[in-house]
Design a protein around this ligand. Structure first.
Ligand code: AHR
Length: 490
């Protein structure tokens, strides 16, 4: 029998709600069709955004939404997306499919959506394809309560009160699509641009520098070395999990071998090492009075697109494999919440590892959605000390977990089992000296390729979990293969 030992009295770090964040780019049917259908659509909507999608995102308590990209952010010009919709310029989205970008979803639509969702907006600002003034004036337009021309222009466009927002990303993947820069050059550009990200009317910006992709530690080292004196809030990290490990043939989201399954799990498990190694560099080089957070603002499973869909739209189905990846990744973020202060799954709707998929008027919730719903209780809890015996299957550690405590002293536990064949008995030992009471126990489990289709939307859903017993003040859990479990301990 494996052991899970929990010490509820040893708080390790705070779990920022932003760890449960999302990312939506002008890419394929993420924004247009997936979120934004326009006020005149016969699909029920609030200010043009689908009501079913809004309700689903509220259900998982979406805490933060990153926008407008991704790669697209570096060619986005905010003035294209304000004012009368019929007069907004139509551009070509050269990043994703070369399609026409109507700019009907712009600054007002995004900030209104975040207000409706009750989540923090996270702006990914154009650095390599824009100018300092463009970035500075965007912030003034959004946040100034003055009578400046920009603030008045916002009022003329329908928004009297300024919006408040905290998170601003200075550039995206500037080592690649965002300008192919060397870290030294990016660091200088960051230093310049961040100087002009100003605070207006009591708003306070938290600036996020562009960090590495995967294990590019040289990038983190060079950038942090140069910018730590400017006191950024954070630096980003992007890491995607590929079924085959090959970018030119990533593998299918729906049909995959055991080998591809375990490769995807291993790629996702690598997140822990990436966080620790980038984190070590950050700790070594940051100003000791101004710690720098790691912001994992793009993560998830990246597969080949579904047959017959536009290769530039990155549309993929979402199976129980994605659910296990989501659960183990969120457990890793929780366990590293001393440095990971935000993470954003790529991408919210119809792109890569989505939480919902749409098809015309129809919408479905993916297995990944249910994991975010199960884990939402961790938001704003404190991580507590816990240790679990390890078990390797298919070359990977297949058990992950995290435990947090809320302000009422209730513990919340999440566990994932990535093994395809093995179920595990786990003896959960909590250092309280009294008999534990288990509440709200849930399980998500299915065979690895199971997914929700428009014909069978509830093929993979959470169910009550009852495969546990209490013995001598310990909880004995039975964890089936390919499963995710969550429960409270009172
Ligand atoms: O999420 C899809 C793309 O992946 C983003 O636009 C880019 O930042 C990353 O390479």
């Amino acid at each position: 029998m494996k052991k899970l030992t929990i010490n509820p009295n040893k708080k390790i770090s705070h779990i920022n709600k932003e760890i449960y964040g999302h990312f939506s780019e002008h890419l394929g049917y993420c924004i247009y069709g997936g979120m934004y259908v326009g006020e005149d659509s016969d699909i029920p909507n609030i200010n043009g955004v689908r009501k079913d999608v809004i309700d689903a995102l509220k259900e998982i308590k979406i805490p933060v939404l990153r926008w407008p990209g991704g790669c697209f952010a570096e060619e986005y010009h905010w003035r294209d997306g304000i004012g009368e919709k019929s007069e907004r310029p139509v551009r070509i989205n050269t990043c994703w499919g070369g399609v026409e970008e109507t700019n009907h979803f712009g600054t007002h639509e995004f900030f209104d959506l975040c207000e409706e969702l009750g989540c923090e907006p996270y702006l990914a600002a154009n650095m390599s394809g824009g100018t300092v003034w463009e970035m500075q004036s965007w912030v003034e337009y959004i946040t100034s309560d003055s009578k400046s021309s920009l603030a008045n222009e916002r009022r003329k466009n329908g928004r009297e009160k300024p919006w408040k927002f905290k998170y601003i990303g200075v550039g995206n993947e500037n080592w690649g699509g965002g300008g192919n820069m060397r870290p030294e050059f990016y660091a200088d550009e960051y230093r310049k641009y961040q100087t002009f990200c100003k605070d207006y009317s009591g708003n306070h910006l938290l600036k996020i520098a562009c960090g590495a992709g995967d294990g590019n530690y040289n990038w983190t080292e060079k950038v942090i070395e140069s910018i730590s004196g400017t006191c950024p809030y954070g630096i980003s990290l992007h890491h995607y999990s590929l079924p085959t490990g090959k970018w030119d043939k990533k593998g299918s989201a729906k049909v995959f071998s055991d080998e591809e399954y375990y490769h995807t799990i291993k790629d996702a498990m690598d997140m822990d090492e990436l966080i620790k190694k980038h984190g070590e560099i950050i700790h070594r080089l940051e100003r000791k009075d101004r710690p720098i957070a790691l912001i994992v603002d793009e993560w998830g499973v990246w597969c080949d697109v579904e047959e017959g869909t536009n290769p530039g739209f990155l549309y993929q189905q979402n199976s129980m494999r994605d659910a296990v990846v989501a659960a183990l990744s969120l457990n890793i973020f929780n366990k590293n919440s001393n440095i990971v202060k935000m993470a954003n799954l790529a991408q919210t709707v119809n792109v890569l590892q989505s939480v919902v998929l749409t098809n015309g008027k129809e919408m479905l919730k993916t297995p990944t959605f249910y994991v975010f719903k199960m884990f939402a209780e961790h938001q704003e809890n404190d991580l507590v000390e816990s240790e679990q015996d390890k078990k390797k299957e298919g070359g990977v550690d297949c058990l992950t977990h995290s435990v947090s405590v809320n302000e009422n002293g209730e513990l919340f536990v999440t566990i994932s089992n990535a093994s395809l064949k093995k179920s595990f008995e786990i003896e959960c030992n909590i250092d309280t000296g009294k008999s534990p009471v288990v509440a709200d126990a849930q399980i998500l489990t299915a065979e690895k390729e199971a997914y929700n289709s428009f014909e069978n939307k509830e093929n993979v859903i959470t169910k009550p979990y009852s495969q546990y017993r209490i013995e001598n003040n310990k909880i004995i859990l039975n964890i089936p293969p390919v499963s995710v479990i969550s429960f409270k301990i009172k």
